[in-house]
Write a protein that binds this ligand. Sequence first.
Ligand SMILES: CC(C)(COP(=O)(O)OP(=O)(O)OC[C@H]1O[C@@H](n2cnc3c(N)ncnc32)[C@H](O)[C@@H]1OP(=O)(O)O)[C@@H](O)C(=O)NCCC(=O)NCCS
Length: 165
Amino acid sequence: MEIAVCRPEDVEVLERFMPSTLVDGSHAARFARQEAGESSYLLPWIDGTPVGHAEVRWTGGRAPEVRAAHPDCPEINGLSVWPESVRSLGVGTSLIHAAEELALRRGPGLMGLGVGEGNARAAALYARLGHLPTMVYLDPRAQVDAEGIRQEYAERCRFLVKKQR
Ligand SMILES: CC(C)(COP(=O)(O)OP(=O)(O)OC[C@H]1O[C@@H](n2cnc3c(N)ncnc32)[C@H](O)[C@@H]1OP(=O)(O)O)[C@@H](O)C(=O)NCCC(=O)NCCS
């Protein structure tokens, strides 16, 4: 398994393997933010196939509440490993470590991420990796359904922070 930042030609490959649903979290939107210097879109590959993604947002948390409370903390957003058959093999852990290494190289080495309050397994993983719970917030999301209708909702999440030095 190797991890690399997204290249222009990867966007179409990602879309084929895992079609975007979130408006702000589409592969194209994440790649555009990387091109603008706002984030790094990290992709894990196994045998030439992308098996997940994580966007490291250098401009801070996607949710305004989080940015206000943790102004200098980059955020790992959109962390996902797929298909399910490649979960629990260490890919997610490697993505988080790759993000943390980038953060150490860029500056203070702070890293944050949000986890849905109902996602106990992911929360357990982040706790094992040293991320400490901070604030609870509502994460606003927008997605387009199969009929092309925009749906907006918010998920109750907890923001976790790891200070690396
Ligand atoms: C959470 C996730 C990114 C972790 O990636 P991963 O490659 O499975 O993680 P690792 O192999 O490094 O670590 C495995 C640990 O992840 C955690 N985990 C969380 N959700 C999981 C899931 N749906 N399947 C497997 N492991 C999961 C468990 O604590 C697991 O440890 P265990 O195998 O001892 O139970 C991945 O499982 C996933 O994409 N889950 C669905 C989407 C999601 O919940 N994203 C996180 C949003 S905050």
